[in-house]
Design a protein around this ligand. Structure first.
Ligand SMILES: [Zn+2]
Length: 427
């Protein structure tokens, strides 16, 4: 495919890209609780300062999750060319999820085997972060007189909602469209795909109410779990079939997520569970309360208030038809769906670069779950944003997570050609 000075500059940095990815994996930025955030920011500070970036280390003081024991550190690095032009921002989260069981490799070793680098966060998303750094460094070295500005950020807590990371920076103006015009988030969506956005989220807790009584005389009480059973039956009979009918024109992957979905995230009723070493029997009580957490994912064709009304209508219906049924519902979390237009400048530039590097037209996809684009859209009001990066999405959060070195090289080429496309390079 295209062989330019720029793509050759990426090939020449292959060893550097591998070593950088390994270094990042070896800094175990586990979230929760949020370990080594400062260490990884200091590492990146050294690296990016040496490449000519102005850097800022920013702690998300008092954000959700921030504490003196586990401070939420972020880094924003900025490199301005000698001529005016747009600003392109690469945003990666630096946190990784817990290791879990089933590993055959050291999760923080950065071991290489068959062209793959293994480790927790290899694909989600330290490989993407490393690829964006190499892409920017190669571009700056090849076109020192480029127009515009390149920013690279590594941010905290994406895996736990991003409040101490991108949300905090967006509130401080870092994603203001006056400052930044294009954003690429190198999440592992596969190197031939451009992710335009995500579905919406509504989490709530439903509680059914009962009345405690002796378990030998349940007729003297009112069983909250049976009421919750009625909620589930109603969901099975009417809600789940209705959700399956709601199809979207959003190009969501995988196929099963091209409709509205509801997950019953947890269910609890009656006496609290005892510790595993407790050897006694339960006491006989009629449960006075049952609680369910629901996780409803919705489509761009729906709106949040309708989604909430649908759940409340189901519960109100039961209040009218089922004796003694009473409930409470508490909203826990909500995110609007977002979808960048397919003709947005960052989409078309990345698409052209994918064609140049891989000789194919990209797939445009929507993520079933959310990521930091939600904050860039809602708080930053910046619409020209995509997720594009190396790695296989299915490997994220799995044991023996890895990122392919060739995939990182290809996506770094795509990123660097995108920079060339958007930042004029008369030299
Ligand atoms: Zn991620």
């Amino acid at each position: 495919m295209t062989n330019t000075n720029l793509t050759r500059a990426i090939d020449a940095r292959r060893d550097d890209l591998v070593a950088l990815t390994q270094d990042l994996i070896r800094i175990a930025t586990l979230n929760p609780p949020g370990e080594n955030y400062r260490e990884i920011c200091l590492y990146l500070d050294k690296r990016l300062s040496a490449s000519g970036f102005d850097t800022q280390l920013i702690r998300a003081h008092d954000a959700i999750g921030d504490s003196n024991k586990h401070p939420r550190w972020n880094i924003v690095a900025r490199h301005q060319g000698p001529h005016p032009g747009d600003c392109i921002h690469f945003n990666s989260h630096h946190d990784v999820v817990e290791v879990g069981s089933g590993w055959t490799k050291d999760p923080f070793g950065g071991q290489i085997e068959d062209g793959k680098i293994y480790g927790r966060g290899a694909c989600d998303m330290k490989g993407g972060l490393a690829a964006s750094i190499i892409a920017a460094e190669a571009f700056i070295a090849t076109y020192p007189n480029h127009a515009g500005t390149i920013e690279i950020s590594a941010t905290a807590d994406e895996e736990s909602g991003g409040f101490g990371g991108v949300a905090y920076l967006a509130e401080k103006g870092f994603f203001n469209p006056e400052r930044v015009q294009h954003v690429i988030i190198p999440e592992p969506l596969n190197k031939n795909r451009i992710c335009l956005g995500h579905r919406g989220v509504y989490w709530a807790e439903i509680e059914t109410k009962g009345r405690i009584a002796h378990g030998s005389m349940p007729f003297l009480g009112d069983c909250a779990i049976r009421h919750m059973g009625a909620v589930i039956r109603e969901m099975e009979d009417t809600l789940f079939p209705a959700l399956a009918e709601k199809r979207t024109d959003m190009p969501v992957v995988p196929e099963g997520a091209k409709q509205s979905t509801l997950n019953i995230n947890s269910l609890h009723g009656g006496e609290d569970e005892q510790a595993a070493d407790y050897t006694g029997l339960p006491s006989p009580c009629v449960p006075h309360s049952a609680r369910m957490i629901i996780d409803r994912r919705f489509l761009i064709e729906e709106n949040l208030s309708d989604v909430k009304t649908e759940i409340r209508d189901l519960l109100d219906q039961l209040s009218q038809t089922r004796p003694d049924f009473s409930y409470e519902i508490r909203d826990l979390h909500e995110v609007e769906p977002t979808m960048t237009a397919q003709n947005a400048p960052i989409v078309t530039a990345t698409s052209r670069a994918i064609t140049r590097v891989m000789g194919l037209t990209p797939d445009y996809v929507i993520s079933p779950g959310t990521y930091d684009q939600k904050h860039i859209d809602r708080i930053g009001r910046l619409k020209n944003c995509i997720a594009y990066g190396p790695g296989i999405l299915d490997l994220a959060h799995q044991p023996d997570e890895y990122v392919g070195i060739d995939d990182m090289i290809d996506s770094a080429k795509v990123m660097t050609l995108t920079l060339q496309d958007l930042l004029s390079t008369d030299d």
